[in-house]
Design a protein around this ligand. Sequence first.
Ligand code: ATP
Length: 347
Amino acid sequence: MAEIQIKNVAKTFGAYQALHDINLTIADQEFMVLLGASGCGKTTLLRIIAGLETATTGEVWIGGRRVDHLAPKDRGIAMVFQNYAVFPHLTVFENIGFGLRMAKVAKDEVTRRVERVASLMHIEQLLKRYSGELSGGQRQRVAVARALAMEPDVILMDEPLSNLDALLRLEMRAELKGVLADSKTTAIYVTHDQVEAMSLADRISVMHQGKIVQAASPIEVYRNPAAHFVASFIGNPPMNFLRAEPAGSGKWKVAGETIDGPVSAATPLQFAIRPEDMRLADHGLKARVKLVEPLGAHLLVTCDVNGTMIRAVLDSDLTVKVGDILTLAPQPDRVRWFDPQSTLAVA
Ligand code: ATP
């Protein structure tokens, strides 16, 4: 059992507060992705869990044991980083077995484990090669294999695929997901790439300015963003936002249209809809087309709605020209509402 609990963790660097009161529980064998823009604190949080950084306040628990006073090697974790430190003068076999030899594991057992993880990562034919002779993708496989060979309770990964080209990233992403599910390891994976996060994670923790704004399944953060930041960060292109004025009894005026919304609020809200959740219809938002981008699978159309720019993803067979006036109907069950003051979602 390697459940991870992060309790009230904060981190300051001098006067700068990099993390604010982080509370997060990661279940045994869960694949958790920390997602956020550069500088939001995800690497700092990962390093605190690893023991490479000390929290200013708070506690880290792994498998029911408080570990924040323990050295990294005593925490039952293995790490894979962006610049995978694979030793070029060692063979692939020696690289994968490196940590095991340092931990004085018996020779036969090292061989057994190296061969097992090499086969998992499809590099068994490379074991005798020097790592300096490998491609970037192969080196990355060695780094992951080395971490898995330790049979850790927890594997921590910081942008491990970011040095690979797009095609290889895609391939490694799929493999990593399968291998980690089989290895029954609890995983924390840091990335700023939302597609990577969506594809890998059991749950995503969306981070912003040193806080976790939402921790939920990929589909939940996509469909039900808890805050404006999540709605604007997840999805490409992001959600559209329009000002909504209360018109009483759960009715709202959005760009001249009356739309059903929350009954609980009486002050202006932000109406939000994803570009892919609008259809051409007889009734809806009047949108003047400003830009048409034919992207193959669909048409991305940027429009002016009452002075606010929004985007719609439409069928690629449609003929749409700059200057056209479209009537865009938001799919009612996909509309979300945000409080402009708190920035939080309103039910
Ligand atoms: P990136 O994706 O760019 O790596 P990140 O979300 O992982 O970003 P962190 O590396 O955790 O962000 O950094 C969070 C904030 O803390 C940043 O503003 C960074 O400048 C600051 N920071 C990190 N390490 C230190 C340090 N050792 N000393 C001072 N400030 C630091």
